[in-house]
Unconditional design. Structure first.
Lengths: 366, 82
């Protein structure tokens, strides 16, 4: 009995969060979001970049829009959920100044890697839960990337400390998200909304917003992080965060099996391609970059919500990275990798991450 | 009289540097994720047992040092430069 209590105390919130994220992903897909994409941070930030006309991938003059343009309420809800609970629990602490420009550059390449693979670490798990074996290749790349990042952490890598910032600075990003929500509801003409393609597939705004608010609260309380789970397991033999990773997978797997949406295999997976090398290398970029940033894309949204301006800059980098990936033909599609210089971009990303890693290594003896 | 301490840091590097300094001073130390009740951030902390808080071993980027007891965490030191 004592053991059970201890387990629940140690892992309960993370398991509930993981199950909540997984259930929300399945539910939002059933309500209209693209398949195996209930909660993809990379895809949804890319859609927001599209709505702001930073990219118009697959633009069709007849319908007047691209295929990935939509203001995803899930992103807004995650950030505002974190902000609300952080304010209530007095954990809203504006801080920043930890190499913001380097974080921006790393974030651009993390997003390019995610769009070569077609998903953030969260969607990778959601895809595995749908039976997509291409995502298992992505997972291998993700783990390799994290291990490379840990190698540098152990040798003194640091983007240096953050300092306290003003309340206005910390609130700027959550307020921007609130403005984006108003724009989504008003739908002014200067925003673009896809008439076809993944961007046109969406759960009702209220459902998506509510689900994301709940997940935002849970993620802030539990510190859910897809990168942190593997990092902590390797660095500290601590298995708290990775338990949520397992819970998300279990929830998505169960949901897909119940709804008959589980299709095991490599071929014909929703919004996925079968080019293993690029699935692997794309996620190496994501894993490595995320360790340098200190958290996965979902975690960056949550941290930005609780006043971390370095994470807000990172999310801005993700949005710019999404625009770059689509404008230069680097983003993949179900047909395969992009038609642009994908090898040059991914290679450049690996070189940039290596340069940032080496340039920021400091002596271990203070 | 040995007490248990938890030190939190602004960076993982500061945690490693302090850990090395503690070990050189003969103190056994373990690095771990920061307990949730101390912070919503996902940084690294140092757990160690010593007769004093060993503040002299702490890196300049130490955030705070707590004594862990039956009543929870008691704040002993916090970095004046926030």
């Amino acid at each position: 009995m004592q053991k059970k209590k201890t387990f629940w105390k140690r892992y309960g919130l993370l398991v509930i969060t993981g199950l909540g994220v997984g259930a929300a992903a399945v539910l939002l897909t059933a309500l209209g979001n693209p398949a195996n994409m209930g909660f993809c941070i990379a895809c949804f930030l890319r859609d927001i970049a599209g709505a702001l006309n930073f990219q118009r991938a697959g633009f069709d003059a007849q319908v007047g829009s691209g295929i990935v343009q939509y203001v995803r309420p899930e992103i807004i809800g995650l950030v505002l959920g974190s902000t609300i609970i952080a304010l209530i629990r007095r954990e809203f602490k504006p801080k920043g100044g930890s190499s913001p420009m380097l974080r921006f550059v790393i974030a651009v390449f993390v997003m390019i890697g995610a769009l070569v693979f077609l998903g953030c670490p969260l969607r990778m798990v959601i895809r595995i839960g749908g039976g997509d074996l291409n995502a298992v290749v992505g997972l291998a790349g993700f783990v390799i990337g994290i291990l490379i990042g840990i190698l540098f952490l152990r040798r003194g890598f640091s983007l240096r400390r953050a300092y306290k910032q003003s309340m206005a600075e910390g609130l700027a990003f959550p307020v921007l998200m609130a403005v984006l929500l108003v724009l989504l509801l008003v739908r002014p003409g200067f925003l673009a909304f896809s008439a076809k393609g993944p961007g046109s597939m969406a759960a009702p705004i209220l459902s998506a917003l509510l689900a994301a608010l709940v997940v935002g609260v849970l993620a802030q309380r539990s510190r859910l992080c897809m990168v942190g789970g593997i990092r902590d397991a390797v660095l500290f033999r601590d298995f708290h965060l990775i338990s949520a990773f397992g819970a998300i997978l279990a929830a998505v797997l169960a949901g897909n099996l119940i709804l008959g949406k589980f299709h095991l295999g490599l071929a014909d997976q929703p919004i996925a391609h079968m080019e293993a090398l690029w699935n692997l290398l794309g996620m190496v970029l994501v894993g490595w970059g995320s360790v340098l940033l200190g958290g996965c894309p979902l975690r960056q949204l949550i941290l930005a919500g609780e006043g971390n301006t370095d994470s807000a800059v990172t999310v801005t980098g993700f949005i710019v990275g999404a625009a770059v990936a689509h404008n230069f033909g680097l983003a993949s599609s179900a047909a395969g990798i992009g038609t642009g210089p994908v090898a040059v971009a991914v290679g450049s990303g690996l070189v940039v991450l290596a340069a940032v890693s080496v340039a920021n290594m400091q002596k271990l003896e203070g | 009289m040995m007490d248990q301490y938890t030190a939190t840091f602004y960076t993982h590097l500061a945690a490693m540097r302090s850990s090395i300094a503690l070990e050189e001073a003969g103190v056994q130390v373990q690095l771990a994720p920061v307990p949730r009740r101390l912070s919503s951030s996902c940084g690294t902390c140092a757990l160690y047992e010593a007769e004093t808080p060993m503040l002299e071993c702490m890196d300049v980027d130490v955030e705070a040092v707590y004594r862990r007891g039956r009543d929870g965490f008691v704040l002993l030191h916090s970095n004046p430069c926030t």
